[in-house]
Ligand binder design. Structure first.
Ligand SMILES: [Zn+2]
Length: 421
């Protein structure tokens, strides 16, 4: 085995080991709380709900471990059996070496790789989520979702990938900068168009009917200087009882969306607080910052792929005799997660800071923190959130602070100095 394969193996095993270790640590921590409700959740959960949340957390953790082992096994098979260069050779023999042919090969690998996870995805939806009363997806919807995803992949990702590979032919060594700009333009276009073209393929969006809730929410938008053209209800209940709210799109296509499940679960003032939190993300430029960060990440990614494509040892290490940009993109795509995994605690730390800031914005916009606390408690209960994540586990994986952390910060806000710069 050459050194590049040893390095790849080390990266893959290190990630799997870290995932399994964190999961075990977390499961042990949660199990300790199975017999009694943790002190900081005594007001939120009754013992029966807490026990159910523990059971749900453990069931998800066990399935997550199996999924991790399974996808690692498939990844090892793809990278170490020599099947990729073999398949690439015979594909190119038949389909040729055009950018379109290479791009199609990459997508076929993506489809094959993700198809191997389908049985476990099915189990997660129709066994696990079903068992805890969350699943509302029908078999037909589940298959239709996959079929639509498959079609969109070919309609959108194929031309994009082919264009990127074309840029390599047209421009030569500096291709990566143009590829990055192309990617940015594509992402921006998607950001505008997704709410009007893509999302309606999967869900129904209806304007929130006139009434006290709508008046309240539009009043909040006006008060905070947020231009909300309209507020939409989404039929999230078509797939799950879990609830959510979000913004999508930019400019005139921007949409504020509430899941119908959220509207069923929360009171009007709680819904107003949730929307205030979301407006906080927008007003505090969190959305823009996250977009800038992901653009920077993509630039680094293209830069690394371009460099690796010029290093014969990289592709040859994995059995590609004449490595090219397509095979390098493929290998980098398969291995990228083993490196980015270690960045997730930093990104999540940043995200949690944004959540605290948006909570504070919401409390100030509402003039009180009680409604937001009420909403957070209710959502915690309804979604059977892990009542006692291990601190290391939540630091690594959680994009949102835990309920006691958020409540604590909101209560300090109420009792402490009213305004901080
Ligand atoms: Zn948030």
């Amino acid at each position: 085995m050459n050194w590049i394969l040893i390095l790849a193996l080390a990266l893959i095993v290190a990630r799997l080991a870290a995932e399994l270790w964190l999961s075990r640590l977390n499961q042990r921590h949660v199990r300790e709380c199975a017999t009694s409700v943790p002190d900081d959740l005594k007001e939120v959960l009754d013992p029966a709900t807490c026990a159910k949340a523990v059971e749900y957390t453990l069931a998800k953790a066990r399935l997550g471990q199996i999924q991790g082992l399974w996808s690692t096994g498939v990844l090892l098979l793809l990278l170490f059996s020599g099947i990729l260069p073999l398949a690439f050779g015979s594909w190119s023999g038949k389909a040729g070496h055009s950018a379109w042919a290479h791009a199609a090969f990459l997508l076929v690998v993506v489809v094959v790789f993700s198809s191997t996870g389908l049985p476990l995805d099915w189990h997660a939806q129709f066994r696990l989520e079903e068992r805890f009363g969350f699943n509302t997806t029908t078999r037909a919807t589940w298959w239709l979702d996959r079929a639509k995803g498959f079609l969109l992949l070919w309609l959108l990702a194929w031309p994009l990938l082919a264009l990127i590979l074309k840029l390599v032919e047209w421009i030569g060594p500096g291709w990566w900068l143009w590829a990055w700009l192309t990617m940015l333009a594509f992402q921006l276009a998607m950001f505008f168009l997704a709410p009007v073209i893509l999302l309606p393929l999967f869900n129904k969006f209806t304007p929130l009917p006139t009434g006290t809730l709508r008046d309240r929410l539009l009043g909040l938008a006006a008060r905070t200087g947020f231009r909300a053209r309209s507020i939409f209800l989404m039929d999230g209940s078509k797939r799950s009882r879990h609830s959510n709210a979000f913004f999508t799109g930019l400019g005139r296509f921007r949409r504020t969306v509430l899941f119908d499940t959220l509207v069923q679960q929360l009171t009007e003032s709680e819904l107003e607080a949730v929307l205030a939190h979301e407006i906080g993300h927008f007003k505090l430029k969190h959305v823009l910052k996250m977009l800038a960060l992901s653009a920077f990440g993509a630039l680094a990614g293209f830069c690394i792929v371009a460099w690796l494509a010029g290093q014969a040892w990289f592709g040859q290490g994995f059995g590609f005799h004449t490595p090219n940009v397509a095979s390098t993109l493929l290998l980098a795509g398969l291995l990228g997660g083993t490196v980015s995994f270690w960045l997730s605690p930093i990104l999540n730390h940043w995200s949690r800071r944004h959540e605290f800031e948006a909570d504070r914005f919401a409390a100030e916009a509402m003039g009180e923190a009680g409604s937001l606390i009420g909403a957070l408690r209710r959502l915690n209960r309804e979604n059977l959130s892990n009542p006692a994540p291990h601190p290391l586990y939540s630091a690594f994986y959680y994009s949102h602070p835990t309920l006691p952390e958020r409540e604590g910060a909101l209560k300090r806000l109420r009792s402490g100095p009213s305004h901080q710069p």
